[in-house]
Design a protein. Sequence first.
Length: 393
Amino acid sequence: MKIIYEDKLVKELRQLCDNVKRRIWIASPFIGNWESVRRILGKKWLDDDNVEVKLLTDITNNGKNISKKTFDFIRNKGEVKSIKGLHAKIYIIDDLVIITSANLTGTAFSKRYEVGILLSKNESKTTIDLYNNWWNNVAEIVPSDWVNKIIQGKDKFEGEPLFETLEELWKLPKDPGEASKPVIYFRDYNKFLRYYKEFANIYKKIQRLNKNSYLYFETDAFLDYLYHHATNTPSKNYDKKKPRKLNEEQRKKEIKKYALKFKVWFNKNKDNFREKASKKIKKLLRKDKIEKLTKNEVEEIISQFNCMNSYVINKVKFLNNNNLEVIRKAWKNLIYGEGPLEIRMSKCKSSLKYFGKSSIQEFIAYYEPDKYPLRNTNSNSGLRFFGYDISAY
């Protein structure tokens, strides 16, 4: 155990966050403005796909204690839940824990006399278990539309009363700067991917109806069934409704209940259009082939996408408004380029007209179906139906 205080508190926290490998879990009733939070936490957690982000806060003050911009960034990267009456301030970075009096605000870390204790790995387990218990059994999901309805966009809001009257005692660490701007288009993708993997693994333990196919293709068929074919189409309109409130056990029971119904339907309505589309797209997009794609081959590729076939006019607009060389370059960077996937996806969206989020996410799912699931209204609504709090599509 190590006592940390004054400017040593924020320096220690920032150093841990700059070296984070796996997770940052935070409990804080007050959430300060985005610039201050960047200076406190750095931005590795925002740029690194492997870092899991969770925030416990208290939304019952009608947003008077939370900066909208910071809330948006944290929620789009990770998960946020609320506990009425939360007063604890906890920072979990990988397997280390800081328990402190300091809220996640610039005021706390630069204008107040705060103190904290840094627990070793062996000492941290009890606090991590407590956080998990609060997260799974006490905290409530924050409704998707809450932030826009309640918080009035005060991006400079510091998150604590009387902050303007306090004098600065010490400087916050250096601002690492904004996250890469292209990420804004797909800021929630890693969160979606994490939820989808969890959902698919639960489904896999119940059944596999076509072991020769990719798991994500089968789960996509399951979600499509719930949206279009099941009795009363239970997931229909969950792109607009709030996610259901289900705990872990309830979610598993619901997935099993509907998966067994899906099995009956699947055995009568087998198809393999996803497998055919994937095989065709992988063949045309081989590394030695992609730079020589013809316009007809480009049309053949986009004809495999559900979103393009649902809105045929977009297919025509895409083909008529994009230079062939630009298409080749954008697609090559998307699947063979370097850097975080969500940035490459965003660059592709910026480069090509009428090739939107649905097209890009279908593109990567068909090209690498063992890594990426198809994402569309059906899949989003299905996950929200099973209680996963992802943004409406």
